[in-house]
Structure formats: C-alpha cells, structure tokens
Write a protein that binds this ligand. Sequence first.
Ligand SMILES: C[S@@+](CC[C@H](N)C(=O)[O-])C[C@H]1O[C@@H](n2cnc3c(N)ncnc32)[C@H](O)[C@@H]1O
Length: 243
Amino acid sequence: MNDWTTSHDRVLAQRNAEGWMFLIEAARDLRTTGAIAPSGKALARALTDPVRAQAPRPLAVLEAGAGTGAVTRTLIPELPRASHLDVVEANPRFAARLRHLVTTHPDLAARPAQVNVHQTYVEQLDIDQRYDVIVSGLPLTNFTPVQVERIMARYMELLHPGGTLTYFAYLGTRKARALTASRAEARRHAAVDDIMAAYQRTYATGRWTVWGNVPPAYVWHLQRPLVSAETDQLEPQTDWASR
Ligand SMILES: C[S@@+](CC[C@H](N)C(=O)[O-])C[C@H]1O[C@@H](n2cnc3c(N)ncnc32)[C@H](O)[C@@H]1O
C-alpha cells in the first residue's frame, strides 16, 4: 500500500466516523443538531466565501455551530496570516471533536493559538471581540422566534461595522413542515422566516443556491452597515417575541 492510499483511507474512515457521530447526535436531539449529516464541500465553500473575499488582510472570524467541523476544515487553510478563528459549539461531544481537529490540524502546528474552541451557546458567548466574518451553521428554523431574535441580535453586535454574516437554510423546509407538522409548529417556522426576511431586507448582500448539497441549501450573506443609522433598526416583530 502506498502513502497516498493510506492517507486517503484515513480521510475516508474519518469522514465515515463523523457521519455516524452526526447521525447519533441527530437521533439524540434533532432540533439542536439541525441535520442528519454534516454539510458537503460545496456548501462549506459557499459559506466561507467572505473569508476568501477579504483575504489577505488578517481577519477575526467566528464560526457558530461547527458540528463535526465540516466547515471548520474548509476555513482553516483559508485563514490569512495573523487571523484568529473562534469556533463555538453547544454540543460537548462535537466540541471535543473540534478541539481534536484543531490540535491535530497540520496547518495549525506552527500557530496553535490561531484557533479557539468554545463549548457554549453562541448567544451566551462571553467575549470581548468583534469579527470581520461570522459563519453560522445554526439550524435557526428549528428554534423559537425569541431565540432567533436573540441570536441574530448577538450576531449583529459581534460583527465589526462592514463585517459579514454568512449562514445557510435548507430549501423547502417550510413547505415540508406545513405538510407534516402540527399547526403550531408550522406557525413557529413561519414566524422565524418572517424574522429572517426582515434581516434579509435590511442587510442582505447576496443569496446563492447550493444544489450540490444534500439537501440543497440557500447561502445568505448579510452585512452590518458601516455606519449604523436609526433607520437600520428592524421593525418590531409580532407578538411571538413576547412568548
Ligand atoms: C446543522 S449543524 C451544522 C454543523 C456544521 N456547521 C456543518 O455544516 O456540518 C448545527 C450545529 O449547531 C450546533 N448548535 C445548535 N444551537 C447552537 C447554539 N445556540 N450555539 C452554538 N451551537 C449550536 C449544533 O450542536 C450543531 O452542531
């Protein structure tokens, strides 16, 4: 067996193990895990585009909801020199896996302090730092409108003026939920979509469809304005916010 075969086999075995780990965590808690498999390469690339777009200047980057590291693995080699990446993951088993990824990644051997893994909910992240790019893998359409308001407000607060938030949403989930879930669930999903639509109207700079992911997904880029004006305030939401 040559070196290429063994390293290729190692990568396949690792992907397989991660696939199983993801599935087990989804079975434990599908609402928070948000998917039954990690994102594919095409989605990871679309999500990390703002990092490539702003290179080679040093960047502060936050990845929220990193799971087994499918997007983190694409991000690390793209980080310009002297950049910093904070990875936030709520699930302690995923966070342990991410710490292993970071401590063993060959690109970080000479600069381990470049990446920190935080095991916490991103809305509770207690950090005195602002970011040029936030990459969010959070399954927002599984959350309550109150949680989504809180997370989006925190993202905007954590961005530098001019910074970019990039996130994804699977295609067709609202229709699927309307057909299969309870009316209360369908209403919750619609209310979250309304909140996100308000953010998109105010801050979106682009949306792309990634057909090469299973399932296909939209990737959104939102930009915090350089100068925050009174008019940047989002309209108050419906009575969901007080539930
Ligand atoms: C849909 S998975 C995405 C995982 C990975 N980014 C990918 O694309 O394969 C969502 C991840 O977000 C994590 N998560 C959910 N809510 C979170 C929160 N409030 N703060 C931080 N992580 C969260 C879950 O544990 C899960 O790992």
